[in-house]
Ligand binder design. Structure first.
Ligand code: HEC
Ligand code: HEC
Ligand code: HEC
Ligand code: HEC
Ligand code: HEC
Ligand code: HEC
Ligand code: HEC
Ligand code: HEC
Length: 376
């Protein structure tokens, strides 16, 4: 009872400005917490969150305490405060208005460049592109637990509570209740900000290892993957800035080619499409817009470790194989709807062949071409 009075008083005093809102029935789940005092120096608001949450989610708080966020007073309140009109907001949370989903809009209020770059990527559009898939209408639960766990879903919440199968969702193109698209945590995780984590191919494996995107397996089978496996342990994965050249070892993994600065003086990107000359994940591959410039940018990356002739020859062969695969697919594909299953099979084999070529896996190329030639 005493707690209740104190909380109500607090909420009355604090119910002004973003992140605060009037108390409601939500406050009746107070319980007695064992006191745990976090050593982190925080804002006054976050200190109050920690009063309760430090003892409750000890492991979560410990991992946050080790981050640059904690060192820079970016705490619970700074990320979880909600606008009162956001459907994800839990109103009256001991005087605060909080929400569980932390969206690119929140991260982007501090990391503006990364936000803009990510927002222009196909990652941010991964749900939009499949939202009309018949599976979504036929069975929301099947959609959520398959397609949406990688591509994302349109999350619908009401006063902080899930109203259907769309929450929780951690897909990369999730549509958030505050209007923003995507999910930074799909790669960065919930409470870590380590570069080591996000630069590891393990970050990409959860999504890029299926029949439409066998990129991780193809890369692991390549000389690049082999070289990485041999040296990764001795590399400091947290070095800031332009890694490819500042490291003692050659480490050609996913982020080096698709995200890291292409050369000294350049910035890293959050839009991997900026360096892709082909749209490979389709029945028939087509060139991307302005593909010449995009290819030149990727070649800058290759040149950090290779001679130009090696790189140019690689692309000549990639182009030839993509054109050849397109020809085979053209003969096999049948656009009638009865053959949707067969076409999907052909599509995934065509992708396997091309992604095998792009990521340099001889095994993927040979298996895919053999299987394609067996199709009738
Ligand atoms: C008086 C104690 C107390 C304070 C102060 C407090 N919380 Fe909580 N919070 C709780 C309890 C209890 C829960 C329920 C925990 C559970 O579900 O296991 C909770 C749940 C949450 C949730 C999850 C909501 C959901 O929908 O499940 C979030 C997010 C949250 N708190 C953030 C915060 C933030 C941010 C602050 C500071 C601005 C804060 N809390 C302050 C006790 C508190
Ligand atoms: C840098 C931003 C950031 C900070 C700081 C932060 N969080 Fe979070 N938190 C997130 C993200 C992102 C998620 C994942 C939610 C989502 O799906 O969008 C999350 C999820 C959570 C969850 C649910 C986790 C689960 O697995 O059930 C809780 C509880 C939570 N945060 C509490 C806290 C508390 C307590 C603090 C302060 C110690 C804190 N957060 C600080 C970004 C942050
Ligand atoms: C209130 C501002 C703020 C918010 C919100 C915020 N950050 Fe940060 N972030 C910072 C600051 C400050 C640093 C430390 C920068 C430094 O040391 O160069 C940082 C560091 C980082 C780093 C490490 C950068 C490095 O060079 O090591 C990553 C990654 C990161 N944030 C991601 C996120 C993500 C993802 C979210 C949302 C879930 C988020 N941040 C939310 C302010 C914020
Ligand atoms: C394990 C994660 C994962 C699951 C589950 C998944 N996808 Fe994908 N999907 C991907 C990735 C990664 C790509 C990108 C391939 C590329 O661009 O090379 C992709 C590409 C696609 C594409 C082609 C690119 C585009 O946007 O037009 C379509 C269509 C697609 N997926 C539909 C689906 C549907 C429908 C489901 C559910 C039946 C599904 N996916 C399930 C990860 C997944
Ligand atoms: C949570 C799932 C998820 C994670 C994690 C993820 N991706 Fe993706 N990625 C996707 C999906 C889904 C697409 C397809 C988007 C579309 O075209 O609709 C995609 C597309 C791509 C594309 C093709 C872009 C284009 O324009 O065709 C590249 C390259 C890519 N991802 C690289 C990466 C790398 C590198 C990582 C790891 C650092 C990564 N992704 C992590 C799900 C993910
Ligand atoms: C040595 C550089 C390099 C590395 C390392 C690398 N890639 Fe690639 N990746 C490429 C090239 C080159 C292409 C094709 C570029 C083009 O279209 O011009 C490509 C294409 C892709 C595509 C297909 C995009 C589409 O068109 O649909 C995806 C997805 C992808 N990479 C993901 C990954 C992932 C995940 C990893 C790590 C497991 C990785 N890549 C490692 C160079 C690399
Ligand atoms: C597809 C995976 C992926 C997603 C999604 C993602 N990041 Fe990153 N992020 C990375 C990688 C990889 C790096 C390391 C780049 C490097 O070292 O050059 C990185 C680095 C960063 C850094 C360190 C500074 C820099 O630019 O190198 C910040 C800050 C950051 N990300 C914020 C964000 C924010 C904010 C979002 C959401 C808007 C986000 N990230 C979404 C993969 C991702
Ligand atoms: C960080 C350094 C690094 C980057 C960046 C890099 N590579 Fe490599 N590459 C290597 C290493 C290491 C090997 C293995 C050489 C060996 O076996 O000694 C290799 C091998 C190769 C091979 C030979 C493969 C085979 O199966 O024989 C080709 C072709 C190649 N790279 C092309 C590229 C292209 C194209 C790019 C840019 C898209 C690129 N590389 C980016 C380090 C790199």
């Amino acid at each position: 009872m005493q707690n209740k009075i104190i909380t109500t008083l607090f909420s009355f005093l604090l119910s002004v400005g973003t992140g605060f809102c009037a108390d409601s029935a939500g406050s009746n789940h107070i319980s007695v917490f064992e006191k745990y005092v976090s050593k982190a120096v925080t804002t006054d608001e976050t200190a109050r969150c920690l009063n309760c949450h430090a003892s409750r989610q000890i492991k979560l708080v410990e991992s946050w305490e080790k981050t640059k966020h904690a060192a820079n007073q970016v705490g619970c309140f700074e990320c979880h405060a909600a606008e009162p009109n956001d459907p994800a907001a839990v109103p009256g949370h001991f005087g605060f208005c909080v929400k569980l989903p932390v969206t690119p809009k929140t991260c982007g209020s501090c990391h503006t460049e990364q936000y803009a770059s990510f927002a222009s990527s196909s990652h941010a559009l991964a749900f939009d592109r499949i939202k009309n898939n018949p599976i979504r209408q036929a069975s929301p639960i099947v959609f959520e637990t398959t397609c949406a766990s990688c591509h994302g879903n349109e999350t619908t919440l009401k006063r902080g509570k899930a109203v259907d199968e769309s929450w929780p969702n951690h897909g990369i193109g999730r549509i958030n209740t505050d209007g923003s698209r995507g999910n930074c945590a799909a790669c960065h995780g919930f409470h870590e900000d380590s570069l080591e984590r996000v630069r590891s191919s393990d970050t990409c494996v959860a999504c890029h290892s299926n029949s439409f995107s066998p990129a991780v397996q193809a890369w692991k089978n390549s000389k690049h993957g082999a070289s990485w496996q041999a040296y990764a342990k001795s590399a400091d994965m947290n070095v800031k800035g332009f890694v490819s050249l500042n490291e003692p070892v050659m480490r050609p993994d996913c982020f080096v080619c698709h995200f890291a600065a292409a050369k000294e003086g350049h910035k890293s990107t959050h839009n991997p499409s900026e360096r892709l000359s082909w749209e490979l994940a389709a029945l028939k591959a087509t060139h991307t817009d302005n593909w010449g410039d995009k290819r030149l940018m990727m070649q800058e990356t290759c040149r950090n470790c290779h001679a130009s002739t090696q790189t140019e020859q690689f692309y000549r062969r990639l182009d030839a194989l993509v054109v050849e695969t397109n020809k085979i697919v053209e003969k096999l594909a049948d656009n009638s709807t009865e053959n949707a299953y067969k076409n999907n099979k052909i599509k995934s084999l065509a992708i396997k062949s091309r992604v095998g070529a792009a990521m340099m896996s001889p095994a993927h190329r040979v298996e895919a071409i053999e299987e394609l030639l067996e199709q009738k």
